[in-house]
Design a protein around this ligand. Structure first.
Ligand code: KIV
Length: 292
């Protein structure tokens, strides 16, 4: 059998294999993309990404809210399960939504367990040193944790908007210390969002776990983008850090408009898209010229 008929099985992507992926040690950068349902997970998996993030960006790009604060653990579990049902090859990480890890350590572990039972192989949470007890409890419960520093969308009101963070030397030092503390508490990787490239490079240098950037420049150990941004499905906002690789919103509008025009012009469905009676049955019914 040729190799195209029987491709070599892909090496599983696991938390320990991700935790080792530092560009400075010769690794290729990690590729993470968000997905929120089974078709998105299949597409990401066939495209060969390393990690799928079931992000709480779900709230904004799928559910139509203005910020990420509106999604619940049940919403996240529902979408994590849809992603997991596709049995994707990438590691599946699910976001703990706002208030899922702010009230108590016990609450945090129970909420994370719901995401793991839905199919997540790791969870992500936002914030620095004030989250350490939660991170430690999750790691103790054998739930791998990805940290998230910088522009943390769940703090939109506290930050006064979706603003680039760590722009002063003091704030940069705090961010680096937070990153070290999260690593020490057991995070296997860190998302750095909306920070100057120079600061992201310093954090990346300061920690042994991989950093995955979004709006954090090139000097990190990987990149993450939101599915709907990469594919141009979300075309209302164009953050500076997004590169669109397709214009699926416009292509979709054009395709649905063409379908509507065909229906209205009686051009759809045609014979090939219709079922037909066998000719003997059609004849019995007094119809002629029908076939299967
Ligand atoms: O929810 C999300 O999509 C995220 C990424 C932007 C990192 O947290």
């Amino acid at each position: 059998m040729s190799s195209t008929q029987n491709p070599a099985p892909r090496v599983p992507i696991t938390v320990p294999s991700v935790a080792n992926r530092k560009v400075r040690d010769g690794s290729d950068p990690l590729v993470m993309v968000t997905a929120y349902d089974a078709p998105g997970a299949r597409i990401a998996s066939e495209a060969g990404v390393d990690l799928i993030l079931v992000g709480d960006s779900l709230a904004m790009v799928v559910l139509g809210y203005d910020d990420t604060l509106q999604v619940t653990v049940d919403d996240m579990a529902h979408h994590t399960a849809a992603v997991a049902r596709a049995k994707p090859h990438p590691l599946v990480v699910a976001d703990l939504p706002w208030l899922a890890y702010h009230v108590s350590v016990e609450d945090t572990v129970r909420n994370a367990a719901k995401l793991v039972r839905a199919g997540a192989e790791a969870v992500k949470l936002e914030g620095g040193r004030k989250r350490l007890p939660m991170v430690e409890a999750l790691v103790d419960a054998e739930i791998p944790v990805m940290g998230h520093l910088g522009l943390t969308p769940q703090s939109v009101h506290a930050m006064g908007g979706f603003k680039v963070q760590a722009k002063t030397s003091d704030a940069a030092r705090i961010l680096i210390d937070d990153a070290k503390a999260l690593q020490h508490a057991g995070c296997f990787s860190l998302v750095l969002e909306g920070v100057p490239s120079e600061v992201a490079a310093m954090v990346t240098d300061a920690v042994d776990v991989p950093t995955i950037g979004i709006g954090a420049g090139p000097d990190v150990d990987g990149q993450v983008l939101v599915y709907h941004d990469v594919l141009g499905i979300e075309d209302r906002m164009a953050p500076k850090f997004v590169r669109r690789y397709a214009e699926l919103k416009q292509q979709s509008v054009d395709a649905i408009a063409a379908y509507a025009a065909d229906v209205r012009g009686r051009a759809f469905p045609g014979p090939a898209e219709s079922y037909h009676l066998a000719s003997d049955v059609a004849e019995t019914l007094g119809l002629y010229g029908s076939d299967t």
